[in-house]
Design a protein around this ligand. Structure first.
Ligand SMILES: [Mg+2]
Length: 414
């Protein structure tokens, strides 16, 4: 506890602009601060929910390699979310043995505190990383669905207010194994498929300097700029490719010459000082954060690194509330927070909720396609993607219902 108080004081004394938005009163009923880096102003708008919503159960179900989470309240309300398509299989025991038992009996309206509380319970903090946070994110989405269905409002409204009806997209591409000409053909096709106004290409070798197709990076950047630069905003993702700051800056200069709008993960993601050096040397904004799992390191990077776009993954970082906290930290510095998303599952939906309620999500959100892996329908406006934009989810809870007949045949994981 003493360490926790000292760290909160440190936050107050060193970062007043961020502190002024980050640190707020501890909600009623909670005398103990639970986050070691400071208490965050809650996002959940409790005025929609006058009565306690006691969580009775959180169960995990699987069908066709899709992972479904059912949340039930003591009063008999029921809600569902969909977990990360790949990682939930790996982290299912974290969900059933750690996350679900912690949430049982808690008031779902305290969700802001619960996402910290489960991390700080016992030695759970030692599991910090992707497989812990993906399980928590899946639970958070189901609890948001429960709260929203009870309050008859959207998750975006619950998290601060529905600001947008349409979400502008950038289409993500991943063609590292293809030569520049074939890469461009595929990128052009993907742009046409949704009439995208923005796109992202992969450059470098992904965690290694050498391209799979030798010389691809130096060729694909100007080819994409020449072919699509007039009608699209261009982004590039190096996926931690460049081991030296010098090489990362050289590639950054090529992107600048071709008017790219951000340069993601130029050096290995945990090379924090090298990321800062690259960001300080270049004019093109550096984007970073997809692999980050720590609130404290995000705070340090927002305040010290010269990175200009922050990219927590809505699953890998533990859900909407934690990601919206990063956005608040970034907003205090006048910066954007544009999450990374994973394809499959309902990644597009959670992205849409985030972008619908976040004040500073940046101009375009990552898009990897709508899901057709299981039957779902919007409970609000029909969710469509055209002219480079997606309808923001606005139905109650997370804004979709998954076919109950389909879910009835899923296997519950014990
Ligand atoms: Mg990336």
């Amino acid at each position: 506890m003493a360490a926790s108080i000292n760290r909160r004081n440190f936050l107050f004394s060193t970062s007043m602009p961020a502190a002024s938005v980050l640190v707020g009163a501890i909600p009623q009923g909670h005398s103990k601060p639970v986050d070691p880096i400071g208490t965050f102003e809650p996002f959940i708008q409790r005025d929609h929910l006058p009565d306690p919503v006691i969580i009775d159960s959180l169960d995990l179900h699987e069908r066709d390699d899709n992972w479904f989470i059912r949340a039930r309240s003591k009063d008999g309300a029921e809600a569902w979310s969909v977990g990360h398509p790949g990682k939930m299989e790996l982290s299912q025991r974290v969900f059933t043995k750690v996350i679900a038992p912690y949430m049982r009996g808690k008031d779902a309206r305290d969700l802001d505190q619960l996402v910290d509380g489960v991390f700080l319970s016992g030695s759970n903090y030692k599991m910090q990383g992707q497989l812990f946070w993906v399980s928590l994110a899946a639970a958070e989405f189901a609890i948001l669905d429960l709260l929203g269905k009870i309050a008859k409002c959207s998750a975006a409204d619950l998290l601060g207010g529905q600001r947008r009806r349409q979400i502008d997209l950038y289409i993500a591409n991943n063609h590292r194994s293809k030569d520049p000409r074939e890469s461009l053909r595929r990128i052009t096709k993907s742009v046409a498929s949704i009439e995208a106004k923005a796109l992202k290409i992969k450059i470098g070798g992904r965690m290694k300097v050498v391209d799979q197709v030798p010389g691809r990076t130096e060729k694909i950047i100007p080819m994409v700029a020449e072919s699509l630069g007039e009608r699209c905003t261009l982004y590039a993702d190096a996926n931690s490719s460049y081991l030296s700051v010098k090489k990362a800056i050289e590639v950054g200069r090529i992107l600048e010459a071709n008017k790219f709008a951000f340069y993601e993960e130029p050096v290995p993601f945990d090379y924090l000082d090298e990321t800062k050096q690259v960001a300080e040397a270049l004019d093109i904004p550096i984007a970073w954060g997809e692999q980050e799992s720590s609130q404290w390191r995000f705070k340090w990077m927002v305040e010290n690194s010269s990175v200009r776009i922050f990219q927590p993954d809505l699953f890998y970082y533990g859900g909407l509330i934690r990601s919206l906290r990063v956005a608040r930290m970034a907003a205090a510095k006048g910066l954007d927070c544009t999450p990374h998303i994973s394809g499959g599952g309902l990644g597009f939906l959670y992205m849409g909720i985030y972008a619908a309620c976040c004040p500073n999500p940046g101009p375009h959100q990552e898009y990897k396609g709508l899901s057709d892996n299981f039957p779902w329908e919007s409970t609000g406006d029909k969710i469509t993607v055209k002219a480079g934009t997606m309808t923001a989810p606005n139905g109650p809870g997370i804004g979709v219902n998954i076919d109950p007949g389909y879910l009835a045949k899923a296997n519950q994981i014990k």
